[in-house]
Design a protein. Structure first.
Length: 335
């Protein structure tokens, strides 16, 4: 049995990168491997490492939970919970793990460099220690597999590193070393405005991303305005991969259609973007619209989402508490 754990930050609306790089894969895994134990967290304690609005954090947390459910995460098959609902245990384990995390490794984290920017001296300790909290999120459940997009690879590496340091230092094979699962064809969805930059929540232009809450007209408009080159689509992968924007759109199509890029090229080789883009927009709308409308329905009843989050937190706590207890015993604490 695999124990799967993953999470998303309630920082703003989810976009197509979050869906194709992570959420869609979680749903596929849940449905194709029914024996797995699944834990899907809304990582609200990570969301406060950058400036945020306390008045909207609760709503944003419910929105992410609603997106999980609307996309197909079934609360009967997967625990859906807010990190802060088990926050005492996550934070406690984080502190214990922080004592065995090398600063040199934290200094190499690209996400910190990206987020802190030129002002690293003024960045908060929380942003710097972010990977240690993420390691605690994973190790506290002894997760065996962590399905994420490619940008989280480095965080998984440091998690494995911290786990093996613990096992080595205390001479016990206690922590499971989690495997990253970087699945599907869209492990790194790029911006619609610049095929060399990742699609992200923080990019200034809303035209750079498709949000899970965009309506059909917005999706059509954004895809029509997506940056491309003047050439028709090629008939082979090496030629496609030399063209960042074209490659990104074909990747998105392949992931949405659950097929390969080769298959998409076989269908559209030689066609112009004026033909391909409306097809891509139609497919995106077909896949996203049902999720958006289900999300809207769910959000009309926040009590129902809260019940799901409470039940998920109870399941998560039941796994986390004995693991933290065991870590403290191994580390020699009193009590
Ligand atoms: P976050 O909230 O930035 O992103 C959530 C998930 O979406 C994936 N993703 C993408 N995949 C493909 N293309 C993109 N353009 C793209 N943008 C985002 C991310 O890889 C991720 O899987 N640190 C994590 C949250 C976290 C976590 C955890 C994840 C905290 N604790 C424990 C797994 C396990 C993050 O910032 O995700």
């Amino acid at each position: 049995m695999k124990r799967i754990l993953s999470g998303m930050q309630p920082t703003s609306q989810l976009h197509l990168g979050n869906y194709l790089g992570a959420l869609k894969n979680w749903v596929d895994l849940q449905n194709s491997e029914p024996d797995n134990q699944n834990l899907y967290c809304v990582v609200d304690m990570h969301a406060i490492t950058m400036p945020y609005d306390p008045a909207t954090l609760k709503k944003a947390t419910r929105e992410i939970a609603a997106a999980y459910i609307a996309a197909g995460i079934d609360p009967d098959k997967s625990a859906i919970f807010a990190q802060s609902a088990v926050g005492d245990l996550h934070a406690e384990l984080m502190w214990l793990l922080a004592t065995m995390t090398q600063i040199g490794k934290l200094n190499r984290m690209t996400q910190f460099k990206d987020k802190a920017g030129k002002n690293a001296e003024k960045a908060g300790l929380g942003l710097y220690a972010y990977p240690v909290l993420m390691a605690a999120d994973i190790l506290i459940y002894q997760a065996t597999h962590v399905p994420v997009g490619e940008d989280q690879k480095q965080h998984l590496e440091i998690t494995r590193d911290i786990a093996s340091t613990f096992n080595h230092r205390y001479g016990q094979d206690f922590f499971t070393l989690p495997e990253p699962m970087i699945m599907g064809s869209a492990t790194r969805v790029m911006s619609l405005r610049d095929g060399t930059k990742k699609m992200s929540k923080s990019a200034e232009s809303d035209l750079s991303r498709i949000n899970l809450t965009d309506d059909a007209d917005m999706i059509m408009d954004k895809i029509k305005r997506a940056k491309t080159d003047p050439e028709p689509l090629p008939d082979n992968l090496p030629d496609l991969e030399k063209r960042a924007e074209a490659d990104n759109l074909i990747t998105i199509y392949a992931a949405l259609a659950s097929t390969s890029k080769e298959q998409v090229l076989a269908e559209f080789a030689g066609q112009n973007f004026s033909i391909f883009k409306p097809k891509l927009a139609e497919l995106t709308i077909e896949k996203i619209a049902p999720i958006t409308s289900r999300m809207r329905e769910l959000l009309q009843n926040p009590d129902e989402i809260d019940q799901i989050l409470h039940a998920g937190a109870a399941k998560a706590r039941a796994i986390a508490a004995p693991n933290v207890q065991k870590v403290k015993e191994i580390m020699g604490f009193w009590g």
